[in-house]
Design a protein around this ligand. Structure first.
Ligand code: NAD
Ligand code: ZN
Length: 234
């Protein structure tokens, strides 16, 4: 058990593993999402410039796959944690699904964007809710400014969202918990190194992440099995 005291501030980083039990495939692994696509061909600014309809075909497929998914016990445990800790909990996810929100978490920072939002690729108008799937035979929809509507996703080579808020939450936390993330995708993989030595560093997942040595405590198992009984609030 991890004891959380009244002065603790908890930073949680979730990865694709927390959504695996909800039926959303992880990035790496046997049911890898990318088996029929090469990821650089569908998730990069270069791919968008070259073939935006192929990019939309891929994200339409992902929207379909994620639209029926329901949060699991891991997501629910983190939503309950927010009820206990309020703003002493910072929930940062690399996931683009909305399962944390569906479980009831209200202040989720999606550093890699959100699958059910789109935005213009040219002007600065705000991302908007969008669960549409696009027919690859049709032209890509356009913004009033003439730009093309793209998924609100941080692609390879782009800068993740919310990094300033994330940095100050990391610097203020006393407990850092990474859940279901393989520890290879930067900059998230280095968050633990930034807080190590100053905060307790905890990993939850079934396999060793690449950055395993930076964690002071590891709880091996599925997020849905481990998280409901992991924390004790004092
Ligand atoms: P990853 O796919 O690289 O690693 C997944 C990790 O989850 C592995 O370490 C695996 O051991 C672990 N895992 C598998 N089942 C688990 C379970 N039941 N409970 C806990 N852990 C489990 O994932 P990543 O590190 O998040 O990096 C992948 C990138 O792909 C991210 O950038 C993310 O944006 C994107 N992605 C997102 C989703 C999603 O939104 N659900 C899905 C796939 C990929
Ligand atoms: Zn525009």
């Amino acid at each position: 058990m991890v004891a959380i005291g009244p002065a603790d501030r908890v930073f949680i980083l979730t990865g694709a593993g927390i959504s695996a039990e909800s039926g959303i495939p992880t990035f790496r692994g046997v049911n890898g999402l990318w088996r029929s696509y090469r990821i650089e061909e569908v998730a990069s600014p270069h791919a968008w410039r070259r073939d935006p309809r192929l990019v939309w075909e891929f994200y339409s497929m992902r929207r379909c796959a994620a639209s029926a998914a329901k949060p699991n016990r891991g997501h629910h445990a983190l939503a309950r944690m927010e009820e206990s800790l309020h703003d002493r909990l910072f929930l940062c996810t690399q996931n683009v699904d909305n399962l944390h929100e569906q479980a009831g978490s209200s202040r989720v920072v999606h550093m890699h964007g959100e699958l059910f939002k789109s935005r213009c690729d040219r002007c600065n108008s705000a991302p908007f809710e969008d669960s549409a799937t696009y027919d690859p035979q049709r032209a890509v929809p356009r913004c009033g400014c003439g730009g093309q509507i793209r998924p609100h996703i941080c692609w390879f080579g782009e800068v993740p969202y919310g990094l300033d808020r994330i940095a100050s939450a990391l610097d203020g936390c006393t407990v850092f918990v990474a859940i279901g993330t393989s520890g290879v995708v930067e900059p998230a993989a280095s968050f633990v190194a930034r807080v190590r030595g100053r905060a307790r560093t905890i990993y939850v997942g079934p396999e060793e992440p690449a950055n395993t040595l930076a964690f002071s405590e590891c709880h091996w198992g599925k997020a849905g099995d481990v998280l409901p009984n992991l924390f004790r609030f004092e």
